[in-house]
Design a protein. Structure first.
Length: 470
């Protein structure tokens, strides 16, 4: 297992991810995607979008981030989307009470105090109100990791939605929120999409978009951030049929990660014990990050909670009428909700590898991305910068650039140029050498096997098209 710091350092050095507003000291929980990061992000979203919407029963949507404030009243986010928070009066440090308790449980386990750890874990599992968390912190004598004191405030619920104002008045009447999940944009458009897309139950709506949460503890790079992107699909089903659709979507989503190169042994299922206010069943796909397993996508059975709530508050019917059976009902919803940025981090960790090469015993750092996710698809090099090779190589590069994300590199020994591409995960490198000028052949080197193939220069484009449609 490689260290997260090693991966973060590569991500910064090679232009995948930068800290947001870095020249001002950065801003917590926000990140910027550099030239390679944005390509990886787009490829990931594209892979998801194709998988989800290139089928008959799923339509796409791009709803606005700012929505009517009543949306958040109906969805329950105004009342319930909060984390229990506690402050230490001496250090002024602020914690999520549940995280503080979890860290304490981990410490107990390290000290082999398993009975106490189990007891504390049980109490945490039952905790619902702020007072329940406070009691555990006091009962177990949990102290502040910074000041070492137990000089705690009460536990209070802290709403995670970012507030802002619409229009020119910053008063309560003009308060709106940045959406904390993209899902609500789908629910309020359920009828619009069903009718315009001439869909019938069961069908789904897919959306990729930003979401914002004022997380108390941002941590672990892109894992928990305040601004992030989600790729969500809400599947509308007949009440009573949700269980079979949950099974179907579980399988689909697991297979998608594996299809795009996720090592199955790094994935696992985790059923929720504590359910969000809208769900009656939830299971996560977890990935083994360098800091341990963490959720990358949730598959949730949201029942008719959301549509019923919007129907009630808006006064607009959100039903489906079956024209054959004449049945009329508010559909149940099965949701697949993945994080794009968290997914990107998982794919980055999954791809990172180091090996000692057989030819010269040097360390080779390689990102083993699935070729459809790789930010650069092909690189072109002239073997030497003379004898007409750069001109020929540049012409090939310019041709390929019309179809593929291509890089051209003339600097340093050829081995170093391969290493530079390995480090960013480029699946194919093409070298133009003396044979190219003599008989129009080039060598294509594949990243993982490092095998080289000789092909006719006129066939490069088709060769790559075939590879990238595989
Ligand atoms: N609509 C349901 C929903 O939003 P969630 O489990 O809160 O469910 C779904 O979030 C996914 O969004 C998570 O699996 C994760 O990948 C991503 N996500 C949630 N909060 C995040 C955060 N603060 N930073 C990065 N990704 C986050």
């Amino acid at each position: 297992m490689f260290k997260l710091e090693t991966i973060i350092s590569l991500a910064k050095r090679r232009g995948f991810v930068f800290q947001s507003s870095e020249i001002y000291g950065g801003i917590n929980g926000c990140w910027d995607y550099g030239p390679l990061g944005v390509e990886l992000l787009l490829n990931l979203k594209n892979a998801w979008w194709r998988e989800m919407t290139f089928r008959d029963d799923i339509e796409g949507l791009d709803a606005s981030i700012l929505m009517h404030p009543k949306v958040w009243e109906a969805s329950g986010h105004l009342m319930q989307f909060s984390d229990p928070m506690i402050d230490n009066k001496t250090s002024k440090a602020r914690y999520r009470a549940d995280n503080l308790i979890e860290d304490h449980i981990a410490k107990l386990r390290k000290k082999n105090k398993n009975d106490e750890a189990n007891e504390c874990e049980k109490a945490l599992g039952l905790a619902q109100e702020p007072a329940d968390f406070y009691k555990i912190i006091i009962d177990y004598g949990i102290t502040d990791p910074v000041s070492g004191t137990a000089d705690w405030t009460d536990v209070r619920n802290f709403n995670l939605m970012f507030k802002t104002f619409i229009g020119s008045l910053d008063d309560a009447a003009s308060t709106i929120y940045l959406r904390p999940e993209s899902a609500q944009g789908i629910f309020v458009n359920f009828k619009n999409v069903m009718e315009s897309g001439r869909q019938k139950i069961p069908f789904g709506i897919a959306q990729i978009g930003k979401a914002f949460r004022n997380e108390i503890n941002t941590k672990n790079f892109l894992f928990r951030t305040r601004e992030f992107e989600q790729m969500e699909m809400q599947y509308f089903v007949k009440p009573g049929e949700e269980k079979e659709w949950i099974e179907y979507w579980k399988e689909q989503r697991w297979n998608w990660y594996v299809k795009y190169g996720m090592k199955p042994e790094k994935l696992r299922w985790k059923e929720h014990e504590k359910l969000a206010h809208y769900a009656n069943y939830a299971v996560d796909i977890e990935f083994e990050f360098p800091f341990g397993f963490g959720e990358i996508e949730g598959i949730h059975s949201r029942t008719d909670f959301d549509l019923m709530a919007h129907q009630k508050l808006s006064g607009k019917k959100l039903e489906f009428v079956d024209t054959v059976t004449k049945e009329r009902y508010v559909p149940y919803i099965v949701e697949t909700s993945g994080g794009v940025s968290r997914g990107l981090m998982a794919f980055l960790c999954n791809a990172y590898d180091e090996e000692i090469t057989e030819d010269n015993g040097e360390k080779r750092v390689v990102l083993r991305f699935h070729h459809k996710l790789a930010p650069v698809q092909v690189a072109v090099f002239p073997l030497v910068n003379k004898d007409g090779m750069p001109e020929k190589a540049h012409a090939i590069y310019k041709d390929l650039q019309k179809y593929f994300k291509t890089q051209y590199d003339t600097s340093g020994a050829i081995g170093r140029r391969y290493r530079r591409q390995d480090e960013i995960g480029t699946p194919y490198c093409i070298t133009i050498d003396g044979d190219t000028l003599a008989n129009n052949t080039v060598t294509i080197r594949e990243r993982d096997s490092m095998q080289q193939e000789t092909i006719n220069a006129d066939n490069i484009r088709n060769y790559l098209f075939e590879k990238f449609t595989e």
